[in-house]
Design a protein. Structure first.
Length: 578
């Protein structure tokens, strides 16, 4: 793994032990980028408290003991006891050379790969996907791509809503209107569902029929199952087409709906009751965990079987969790679901662990996220107050991007303009979501996300396309660049700044894989693109002397590789021309 931060951490740790003897392995050595040097180390302050000595003296002692000839050009005490480190240009050049020659850009696959399940998107069948599904879909896709690239065995799971009362309502409405034949489409199903919802709330007879239809569905009635399968097929085709357009890596084989776990639900409840974890309360079977209390100070119930004998989301989630650990053998399970479900997942996780279905070694993580807001600060909706469909949002994004692309270079063909508009429009929507700290709400702004400056997808795309254009003009083959990579020079300040940003790529991916925060990758790519722009403005490339030209072309090639790979992990296509 190419990671200067790790190299410096180990270097400083050895220096500490050389100067002050063996220390606790847990001693925190914080190495970070610095404005006054390449990196700054924060270790002397904490160590000084342990030794009861002056922090600057401790820092000076560490510096005197650094065996740093091959890495550091200088080390100096800063402020109350920080250590400023400047790397040798030769060290940075050697790391960049390794990065250029590695198809993985210095990112080593995990030495102990884990089986990781990423549960994301989760639309309800027989309904159109709306803007509320955007975050789960793009965040989950990015995390699955990143964990996969890091070398883990990633299994994508689309826990779709394909069971229960909504389907009883929809089937009865279809029977009432005599539309049980033909393929239909998801728009028609959405209309049927809205009509069924109104009738279900207003007509007790219809509501009873819908509930009875659910019973028939659960019992495997052939006629009911046939209608249910038609609903599944229509909506599966719809979401598959939408996923393909959004470049989301979810397929029919990844669908793991509620229906898959329905046969297991009675056994789940029986085992919880038998082991004394669940008990009957007001006719329902509930789990009461002492760590989850209501406002009245009493334990909150996790209902696993309702009063009427039906099973809810908690039971299905427990069955899925048990299956994923015991049958699939997952080491880590990631649920990309909105923040309002935080307590639900915390209770499900705690119940599964209490039941012994999940050992402490298995990581269960709820990747919570906030809402997409309109410019009025409220949840994004249409002018009529309805949820914006995801298909409509995508179409408008591409249309707006096309208008921008059409106003640009006249050298592009119409097909190229259409392809670029598709990439820019969809990429802008996805990047605007991923670039924000997922736990926070964010405001959806067309002008901001489609801008060619600032932390946006078009800014990254343009930097990447500019480099590709330069490499085409240079007519530098991969062999030429590989040979030049052995003689990289880091002389100018903007060359150094770009080199330091590029070398953080592997560590950034590791951090995203650990913390599950995609905005860290977006921020890194933005810093790379910004550093490249400053480098490009300050350092001639094609018109430089032969030695500098070859070296700078390698820097450009690495930058393009990082931007391309980074955008790919975000699920965004990087056009070669713009």
């Amino acid at each position: 793994m190419i990671d200067p931060l790790n190299d410096l951490n180990e270097l400083v740790r050895r220096g500490v032990e050389q100067a002050f003897g063996p220390r606790d392995p847990a001693l925190e050595i914080s190495v970070r980028r610095s404005e006054h040097a390449d990196y700054q180390v924060d270790v002397a302050l904490g160590l000084a408290r342990q030794l009861k000595r002056n922090p600057r003296e401790v820092a000076a002692g560490i510096i005197a003991s650094l065996d740093s000839a091959h890495i550091l050009a200088s080390a100096a005490v800063s402020g109350p006891g920080f250590i400023n480190l400047t790397c040798r240009s030769q060290y940075l050049a050697a790391q960049l050379g390794r990065m250029h020659d590695d198809a993985r850009l210095g990112v080593e696959p995990a030495r102990s790969p884990q089986t990781v399940i990423v549960d994301y998107s989760s639309p309800n069948l027989a309904k159109e996907m709306h803007v509320g599904h955007l975050r789960s879909t793009v965040i989950g896709d990015c995390l699955a791509r990143t964990l996969e690239f890091l070398g883990h065995n990633v299994l994508r799971q689309n826990h779709i809503g394909d069971w229960g009362t909504p389907f009883g309502m929809l089937i009865e409405q279809m029977l009432d209107e005599g539309v049980t034949t033909g393929r239909g489409d998801v728009n028609a199903l959405s209309v049927f569902y809205r009509a069924a919802r109104v009738k279900f709330d207003a007509d007790p007879t219809f509501a009873e029929r819908a509930r009875n239809r659910v019973v028939l569905l659960q019992r495997g009635d052939p006629a009911t199952l046939e209608l249910w399968r038609r609903l599944i097929d229509v909506t599966a085709e719809y979401i598959d087409a939408l996923y393909r357009r959004l470049h989301i890596k979810l397929g029919r084989e990844d669908m793991a709906g509620e229906s898959r776990y329905n046969p297991q639900l009675p056994a789940i409840v029986s085992e919880l009751e038998r082991r004394g974890i669940a008990r009957i309360s007001d006719g329902a079977v509930c789990v009461f965990l002492p760590e989850f209390l209501g406002r009245d100070g009493k334990p909150l119930p996790l209902i696993v079987r309702k009063q009427d004998g039906a099973f809810g989301y908690a039971t299905t989630d427990l069955a899925a969790l048990k299956h994923r650990v015991e049958t699939i053998g997952a080491h880590r399970i990631v649920y990309v679901v909105g923040a309002p479900q935080s307590q639900h997942f915390a209770m499900v996780f705690a119940t599964a662990r209490l039941a012994g279905w999940v050992s402490p070694a298995v990581r269960l993580e709820h990747v919570a996220f906030g809402s997409v807001l309109g410019e009025d600060g409220k949840v994004l909706k249409t002018r009529t107050g309805e949820a914006v469909t995801l298909a409509t949002l995508v179409e408008e994004a591409v249309t707006r991007a096309k208008a921008i692309v059409d106003g640009g270079s006249s050298e592009l063909t119409e097909d190229e303009r259409a392809s670029i508009a598709e990439s820019v429009g969809i990429g802008s929507v996805k990047y605007a979501d991923l670039a924000n700290d997922r736990i926070r709400d964010y405001i959806f702004s067309w002008n901001r996300m489609l801008a060619f400056d600032g932390n946006t997808a078009p800014y990254l795309m343009y930097a990447h396309a500019r480099i590709r254009s330069m490499l085409r003009k240079a007519q530098a083959s991969r062999t030429d660049l590989t040979l030049a990579a052995e003689h990289i020079r880091i002389d100018a300040p903007t060359e150094r700044a770009l080199a330091l940003e590029l070398l953080e790529f592997p560590a950034t991916l590791l951090k995203v894989g650990e913390t599950l925060h995609p905005h860290r990758l977006c921020q890194h790519l933005f810093q790379v693109a910004t550093s490249f722009t400053r480098f490009y403005d300050a350092c001639p490339v094609l018109n430089a002397d032969a030695t500098a030209r070859a070296s700078r072309l390698v820097l450009c090639s690495i930058t393009a590789g990082v931007l391309k790979r980074g955008m790919d992990l975000l699920g965004i296509q990087a056009p070669l021309k713009m």
